[in-house]
Design a protein around this ligand. Sequence first.
Ligand code: BV8
Length: 244
Amino acid sequence: MAAARQVLVISGAGVSAESGIPTFRDAMQGLWSRYKPEDLATPAAFARQPEVVWQWYQWRRRLVVDAQPNPGHRALAGLQDCLPGMLLVTQNVDGLHQRAGSKDVIELHGNLFENQCSASDCRHMAPNTDLEATTPPLCPSCGALMRPGVVWFGEGLPEAALARARQAASGCQLLLSVGTSAVVYPAADLAWMVKRTGAVLVEINPETTPLTAVADFVFPGPAGEILPAILRALCPEPSDGAHT
Ligand code: BV8
């Protein structure tokens, strides 16, 4: 990593697991246990039952607001300080990387705390300000229902974000894939792009994924332990303890 001109990091829900945020693969909890996330995170689900989908996102927003970035998030912020060419691309929508101090985070799947108009010819965006409302607000611009500003299954990813991520994947010397099951496309394609360039692929995940067999280095453990260890190895603690 120290020798790489550019390090690309791609993170998934596993990085937020140690902040108490359930990953998509974790069984949905309590009230939501009877739903599958892939069934709720779709335009069809919102069209069919907007209140149920809205309330699921409100529940997730409240979880995230009450959560704190964990040592894994903070280590990635610290690595950015000592690896000038490092770029962080995330599939997560919880904003915890930014709260931990990471800069210029590329959010491939949007952000929980943004709303966008559900009308295809409007797309008005606005920050979500109410965590308790049980029904989606109406678009101030066209009156249609607002929806969470995230990318649902079957929807295209934000073009600029995806283009930046793909450019970094084609130019990096090392990709660090952390906390992702690497099964959701097109985000998961980034690692395969890196493999094709011959760059080094590193994976941090307590479980195996489709990348494990082709990774050059595998750290089979939690991001909250391994990322701080990598930070300590790469960027010896400055005297002022800035990275703690
Ligand atoms: C697209 C935002 C085309 C929403 C998310 C059939 C119909 C339609 C589409 C498809 C289809 N079949 C395939 C597709 C493509 C589909 C896809 O890939 N499906 C998969 C399921 C096969 N992709 C799409 O639909 C994408 N769009 O293709 O549209 C198109 C193109 C152009 C124009 C128009 C249309 C859109 C994909 C984005 C979906 N939105 N999130 C929301 O959050 O509500 S994806 C969502 O799932 C998360 O963002 C996450 O990244 C992803 C996977 O969920 P998880 O598994 O929970 O998370 P993760 O993958 O990160 O796994 C957790 C990992 O962490 C595990 O491996 C675990 O071992 C590990 N872990 C646990 N603890 C720790 C840990 N690791 C480290 N430390 C720990 N402590």
